[in-house]
Unconditional design. Structure first.
Length: 132
């Protein structure tokens, strides 16, 4: 996961193998996908939060992210989640379009949340949708 994350997130800090391992230790964390494309989701009570989603650049434009989106939402619903949340960089228009195609809508912003290597920080767009 760390290798794919690093390849996919070249303009911001990617997560380390230790960070992934710590998240995966929790029974509240759901992982879906494989080395090409994956998502990590935390489910607490009736809320699912997409922590990260990544597709290795060698495997982009093959529909993998769409399958991952469908899988994690279906699994979160099966585990009792009724609402889903995520955050995405304001300048990541392809990701926002993907999320909107699954019914996510903006519900807030975090100013200057994402730091960029050699560039100004970018807002996080908070998005939400009902799963049931």
């Amino acid at each position: 996961m760390a290798t794919t994350h690093a390849a996919a997130f070249t303009h911001s800090r990617s997560w380390s193998a230790d960070e992934f391992a710590a998240l995966l230790e929790s029974p509240l964390t759901l992982a879906v996908g494989d080395a090409r494309s994956f998502a990590l989701v935390r489910i607490i009570a009736q809320e699912a939060e997409l922590l990260t989603i990544a597709t290795h650049p060698d495997h982009q434009r093959q529909g993998l992210a769409r399958r991952i989106m469908e899988t994690w939402q279906r699994e979160a619903t099966a585990r009792g989640a009724a609402e889903a949340f995520l955050e995405v960089a304001a300048d990541n228009m392809p990701a926002q379009a993907l999320y909107q195609s699954y019914g996510f809508a903006e519900c807030g912003r975090r100013a200057g949340y994402y730091t960029r290597k050699g560039a100004p920080a970018v807002d996080a767009v908070l998005m939400q949708r009902t799963l049931r």
